[in-house]
Design a protein around this ligand. Structure first.
Ligand SMILES: [Zn+2]
Length: 133
């Protein structure tokens, strides 16, 4: 029983670290994404109301970090989040949505979970007849 609690604690901790590292990279690389750069300009001109510039000029959408489409950063954030929690695509999407804004988050998340071997195995095991419900 005690060991289970430890595992859960560890997972939470690594998930936090992932977010902390990703935040730094997101902030740096927003300047490399032409789409986000244009958004920043428009936010300055107050043309785009849904987006805002947070501390240190970080672009946010309704309080969520806008993840640039460079260096496969979007894919890596999905991958890192998924490998720490291994949830289905809907739960993953909800989890990510609390922190990040990705231009194609829903599709990326679904694709990634569909490809995850770990999750596919869990599904197969759940479908086995005679298994514990
Ligand atoms: Zn998985």
């Amino acid at each position: 029983m005690e060991s289970t609690a430890h595992v859960e604690e560890g997972n939470n901790e690594s998930s936090k670290n992932v977010h902390r590292l990703a935040r730094l990279e997101v902030k740096d690389k927003q300047y490399q994404d032409p789409f986000l750069l244009e958004l920043k300009v428009n936010v300055h001109k107050q043309k785009v109301m849904a987006f805002e510039l947070g501390e240190e000029g970080v672009l946010k959408y309704q309080g969520r970090l806008c993840v640039p489409k460079v260096d496969e950063l979007q894919e890596r954030i999905i991958e890192e989040t998924h490998s720490s929690i291994h949830r289905g695509s809907i739960k993953m999407y909800r989890h990510l949505r609390e922190v990040y804004w990705l231009s194609s988050m829903k599709r990326c998340t679904a694709n990634f979970v569909a490809k995850c071997r770990n999750c596919q195995q869990v599904k197969v095991e759940n479908k086995r007849p005679g298994g514990v419900a």
